[in-house]
Design a protein around this ligand. Structure first.
Ligand code: NAD
Length: 516
């Protein structure tokens, strides 16, 4: 296949009036389609369920974004059966043909970009630029994994002994269960699904119950791209109702999960148990949470550091697994950086992200709002709140203001994943202590150092306990093909989505040796 070299999808320029107009038009059009129902799709057929999942706008919880089917074990069983039978055919489809479907899906997503962005605003509560970055990431996954499959389709080189030929190549694995979170409902769902599909597997795709409508749009895009019926079954449902069933089932060959550590560990445990008729050890890809830290050294550019702390902590209301939730400041520059962070965070415009100038929207749901509000109470008892106030009434949207606490390193707000716009600021005597504090946490997803001291950067390069380490910049990057993403410790199995090792996790490697 003659393909242009991979490059990341560019972000939209919001200073360009025509982009602003297109976005406003898309928001209006999507608003006109709110409230529709989206059934399950199994084997290419729309399947109605007895109950539905109602998805609401987190900025206006009385507004129903849409309703999707709500799978029970009955539909989960149908989806697994369809995936099992379709695997016979799809696993034998040429890798080039499978890659072509991803490229067509990327083209379709590009064509529908503003529409997808508008769904992100309405269902995910994302400000425009955050929505754009996420849809660009989804397009990147499709483009990158298509090329990765072409790179790997004939296997990779190994050595042979004289008189023999040794070959090493990959084959599809089987039925995959794809379980996604709500915080990147287009990018992560598309990324996990496309990797599994392009490698020749069939999947049961379960989006988060909070963003099932976007899940339906992603399923639609794969359909538009010509993915044959049955390769992907769209199976929205509650984790508590169908999650265990899908993970335990003997037909499931692998599970690809992104979400909380509690759910990830449960999936890992359930998948490890062999049940009747199960002829393999299930493979489990689990990517979970973070308690990501930025260390600001005494030699850093303090204003740039404060800027990037604020961007990393409050982008998408702190609901990124990669969000900075701890700023560990060298004692000598502590007061200066804290003051700048507070000023810059105060200036963020919080509101309904339908407006172009809103920089921070709501948190995703009532339970998330309650959880984050609870941590604000905890933080108040553990340290000093230097920015933020108690959240208002959640009936008017799940809004939580940017919040900063000054705390000790062992405070709960500085140790546990909150997943909201709350930053814990910690004082460190020197760089050594800062690094010790950063590493004293069970998670290990992203981390960063702001410093001009080469020795400190080189130490952090190897010693910072995080799968993704960033120097003198924001820590929320996960650019496909450029910043392969995945964590250490309790943050996951380090699968490194968007990187060169990702696709082989979805395949079986075969060694064939022939003596001449
Ligand atoms: P969650 O664990 O509550 O839910 C994730 C998915 O798991 C949902 O689809 C849910 O329905 C499903 N689920 C729930 N119970 C299940 C069960 N028993 N069996 C199978 N599936 C089940 O997580 P969330 O709140 O949707 O997502 C937020 C979390 O995701 C945060 O911890 C965040 O850090 C993490 N995350 C990690 C990454 C990463 O790349 N490491 C990326 C994004 C989000």
């Amino acid at each position: 296949m003659g393909l242009i070299p991979y490059k990341n999808e560019p972000y939209l320029d919001w200073a360009d009036e025509s982009n602003q107009r297109a976005m406003r038009r898309a928001l209006e059009e999507v608003e006109g389609s709110l409230g529709k129902s989206y059934p399950l799709i199994i084997g290419g057929k729309r399947v109605e369920t007895d109950d539905e999942i109602e998805s609401v706008n987190p900025s206006k919880p009385s507004q129903v974004v849409g309703r999707t089917g709500r799978a029970t074990e009955r539909e989960a069983d149908m989806a697994l059966e369809t995936a099992t039978s379709t695997f016979q055919y799809w696993s034998k489809t040429a890798p080039e043909a499978r890659a072509r479907i991803l490229l067509r899906a990327a083209a379709s997503m590009r064509r529908r970009k503003f529409e997808m962005l508008a769904w992100e605003v309405h269902e995910g509560g994302k400000p425009w630029a955050e929505a754009d970055a996420q849809v660009a990431e989804a397009i990147d996954f499709l483009e990158y994994y298509a090329r990765e499959m072409l790179r790997l389709k004939d296997g990779v080189d190994i050595y042979s002994v004289p008189g023999e030929e040794s070959r090493y190549f990959y084959q599809p694995m089987g039925v995959g269960v794809i379980i996604a979170p709500w915080n990147f409902p287009t990018a992560i769902l598309t990324g996990m699904s496309s990797a599994a599909i392009v490698t020749g597997n069939t999947i049961v795709m379960k989006p988060s119950e909070y963003t099932s409508v976007i899940g339906a749009k992603v399923a639609e895009i794969f359909e538009e791209a010509g993915l044959p019926p049955g390769v992907l079954s769209f199976c929205p449902g509650y984790g508590s109702e169908i999650g265990d069933y899908l993970v335990r089932d003997a037909r499931t060959r692998f599970v690809s999960f992104t979400g909380s550590v509690a759910t990830g560990l449960r999936i890992n445990e359930l998948a490890a148990r062999q049940i009747e008729n199960q002829g393999w050890i299930k493979r489990v890809i689990v990517e979970t949470g973070g308690k990501d830290a930025m260390i600001i050294d005494d030699s850093a550019d303090l204003d740039a550091a404060a800027d990037d702390i604020v961007k990393s902590a409050y982008g998408y209301s702190g609901q990124k697994c990669s969000a900075a939730s701890r700023a560990i400041l060298h004692h000598d520059i502590y007061d200066d950086v804290l003051k700048r962070v507070v000023e810059k965070a105060k200036a963020l415009k919080v509101g309904i992200p339908e407006a172009a100038d809103v920089k921070m929207g709501p948190v995703i749901s009532e339970p998330q709002f309650e959880k984050v509000s609870g941590y604000i109470e905890t933080g108040k008892s553990e340290g000093e709140r230097v920015l933020g106030e108690d959240p208002g009434d959640s009936e008017n949207g799940y809004f939580v203001p940017p919040t900063v606490f000054e705390v000790e390193p062992k405070a709960r707000v500085a140790q546990e994943e909150i997943f909201g716009p709350i930053l814990s600021v910690i004082d460190a005597r020197d760089f050594d202590e800062a690094l010790r504090i950063a590493n004293d946490n069970p998670y290990g997803l992203t981390g960063g150092v702001y410093s001009k001291n080469r020795d400190h950067l080189e130490r952090a390069r190897h010693e910072f306990k995080a799968g993704n380490v960033y120097f003198n910049r924001t820590i929320t990057g996960a650019l496909v093909g450029v910043q392969p993403f995945g964590g250490f410790g309790l943050s996951g199995t380090d699968s490194k989505a968007g990187g060169p090792d990702y696709l082989p996790l979805h395949m079986l490697a075969r060694t064939v040796v022939e003596r001449f």
